[in-house]
Design a protein around this ligand. Structure first.
Ligand SMILES: [Zn+2]
Length: 119
């Protein structure tokens, strides 16, 4: 046992809206399995422009079955970006986030999820 506080487990539906999910967790998995922190995110319909803290710009399609969505759901990540300096609490929060078929938040856009993230 460590005296480090365990992050509370958070459940989302597997079919959760991918862009809303990204806006919520503010993490992006790159193709080599590195997690980046999302600094800014701007949605344009079914697309979003993401800028990471290490100034990478990514155009993301809102697809629940896309690579990034699957990687996030399955947590196929091998590390986190040094330049993004993702705080430990955020990584802990991510590792205690789970995706279930029939249980968890749907993250409807009505909920207080800001898609235009503050700096
Ligand atoms: Zn990065």
């Amino acid at each position: 046992m460590t005296d480090k506080k365990q992050a509370k487990k958070k459940y989302y539906r597997k079919r959760v809206d991918f862009l809303l999910l990204l806006a919520k967790i503010k993490l992006w998995p790159s193709r080599n399995g590195t997690l980046h922190g999302i600094k800014e995110m701007e949605t344009k319909g079914e697309y979003a422009y993401i800028t990471t803290h290490c100034e990478k710009k990514i155009l993301v399609h809102n697809s629940k079955n896309g690579r990034a969505a699957r990687w996030i759901r399955n947590k196929w990540v091998v590390g986190s970006c040094k330049d993004c300096k993702i705080p430990d609490w955020k990584l802990n929060k991510f590792s205690s986030t789970f995706f279930k078929q029939h249980y968890g938040s749907q993250l409807y856009s009505k909920q207080s999820v800001s898609l235009k993230l503050m700096k």
